[in-house]
Design a protein. Structure first.
Length: 154
């Protein structure tokens, strides 16, 4: 994978969009001293080059009924890691899956309406996934910072 070279203006545009992707290109242009058209062209290039993958929204999970956030460490046989990780992406409760080093082979973040919903996910879905040898669940009690993106840091 070839890393794209970003100039300071690209970075400023990305930071503005990361704060609020609804910000008008004209408003961003004023902040970075470019015309709206020039900002549009840069954003288009950033999309085409895969730097910007998508525009999205951030939803307050508790206000839509997802009161429980948990990170689950999954233990599995090395030969089955990718198969299990792909299988876990199918579940609606799962919003993050990654192969990892350290204590667990796979990290999974899960949203559930309540503890019963989390238990049902762990027992009925995760526990019945072929190749899963063990799990370790941590429930998030309170969130102090959630940036919503792991992709961009200056």
């Amino acid at each position: 994978m070839v890393e794209m070279q970003l100039d300071q203006t690209d970075i400023q545009i990305l930071l503005e969009l990361e704060k609020d992707s609804r910000t008008s290109l004209a408003k961003i242009g004023k902040k970075v001293d470019l015309t709206e058209g020039a900002v549009r062209a840069r954003v288009k290039r950033l999309i085409q080059d895969g730097v910007i993958e998508r525009f999205t929204i951030s939803i307050n999970r508790e206000k839509v009924g997802n009161k429980v956030l948990a990170r689950i460490g999954v233990d599995a046989s090395p030969s089955e890691l990718k198969t299990i990780a792909n299988e876990l992406t199918r579940f609606d409760e799962v919003y993050f899956v990654a192969l990892a080093t350290g204590t667990h082979d796979i990290l999974v973040d899960v949203l559930a309406q309540d503890l019963d919903g989390l238990k049902e996910f762990i027992v009925d879905k995760l526990g019945r996934t072929a190749g899963v040898r063990g799990t370790d669940t941590s429930i998030v009690m309170e969130t102090y910072k959630w940036k919503g993106s792991y992709h961009f840091k200056v």
